[in-house]
Design a protein around this ligand. Structure first.
Ligand SMILES: *Cc1c(COP(=O)(O)O)cnc(C)c1O
Length: 336
């Protein structure tokens, strides 16, 4: 990944929690992030007593709208957490520039971003810290699993201690100290050996997995172009400076009712399609733990209209059937 250090964890959630500890956040501190993300992005910081501040997303990539970040910064802001949705990079040059000018940390939630690049740089290797997931729903998997990528050498020693229950056990194993002891806060963030053995086999197959996913993604993209031209659905947008990893193929339908019909009709054909995040700013826990900055127009609208199509290793043999039924259902929605 080109990082100074990569520490395997039992999940991306664990890596995010480690990042929040390394950021030394406390009550009253604020962390800017999109609302359109998984709960762990927010909870990792809430566990430290900090407040997630949600800003709206871009309508093209569904990533955090980098032009809204600066207005959300207050004297208590400590970090920005870009989430690379669907393995498509956030506008990292702008985000890193804002962070430098305001002396903020950048912690990339690259849970969906392994083998994706922003202007040639691997996602997770651009901010001060990056978090990867090897959960079974991601591209490279070990059931549960993750990694913390450390790009700023300043954090390496403390990260090892935090991962080892707040002890310097890693230094002990390297023969650097003659016993290990309690040094800092920490928890048990290490993955088990069986999980890492499984992950190693996935890593050996990573190029093949990536190529096959990209090929399936492109087949969807080509086959669905006429439906986009007819105004029946919008396809994903991947900016030319972003190399993605085909983590997800989604469509944006005209409205919530159309999406509901789409999911029901395909389910009746035995094809599972799913919507995605309930935006965090509209979730019950936000009242107690977070706040929105500015309006959440794109987040609200896009989260209502997004549907994910099947994309897994082995879809190849079912692809023609799936795309035929998806096309039929889109035509049906258009005819109403
Ligand atoms: C999957 C995911 C996570 C959580 O990953 P785990 O490995 O399941 O803890 C966090 N953030 C995002 C954006 C994700 O997609």
């Amino acid at each position: 990944m080109g990082s100074e250090k990569a520490l395997l964890t039992h999940s991306c959630t664990a890596a995010l929690e480690m990042a929040a500890m390394l950021a030394n956040l406390g009550p009253g501190d604020e962390v800017i992030m999109p609302s359109y993300t998984f709960v762990s992005t927010a909870n990792a910081f809430v566990l430290r007593g900090a407040t997630p501040v949600f800003v709206d997303i871009r309508s093209d990539t569904l990533n955090i709208d980098e032009t809204l970040i600066e207005a959300a910064i207050t004297p208590r802001t400590k970090a920005i957490v870009p989430v690379h949705y669907a393995g498509v990079a956030c506008e990292m040059d702008t985000i890193m520039d804002i962070a430098r000018r305001h002396e903020l940390l950048v912690i990339e939630d690259a849970a969906q971003g392994i083998m994706s690049f922003y202007k040639g740089q691997p996602l997770g290797s651009i901010g001060h810290l990056g978090c990867l997931s090897f959960h079974e729903t991601k591209n490279i998997i070990s059931g549960e699993g993750g990694a913390l990528l450390i790009n700023d050498i300043e954090f390496v020693e403390r990260a090892e201690i935090i991962r080892e229950k707040g002890t310097n056990r890693s230094q002990f194993f390297r023969g650097q100290v003659d016993k290990y002891t309690w040094c800092d806060i920490g928890s048990s963030f290490l993955p088990g050996e069986l999980i890492t053995a499984f992950l190693w086999a996935q890593m050996e197959a990573a190029d093949d997995i990536n190529q096959r996913r990209l090929a399936l993604w492109q087949r969807y993209h080509d086959a669905l172009a006429p439906f986009e031209r007819a105004g029946l659905a919008r396809r994903p947008v991947v900016p030319t400076h972003c190399q993605h990893n085909a983590h997800m193929y989604y469509l944006l339908l005209p409205d919530l009712a159309a999406r509901t019909r789409f999911i029901e009709k395909l389910k009746a054909k035995g094809i599972g399609t799913v919507f995605h995040y309930v935006p965090l700013h509209s979730a019950p826990a936000c009242t107690a733990y977070g706040r929105a900055h500015g309006n959440m127009h794109h987040t609200d609208s896009l989260s209502d209209r997004l549907v994910r199509l099947p994309l897994w290793m082995g879809l190849e043999e079912h692809f023609n059937e799936v795309i035929f039924e998806v096309g039929n259902v889109l035509d049906g929605i258009g005819a109403r």
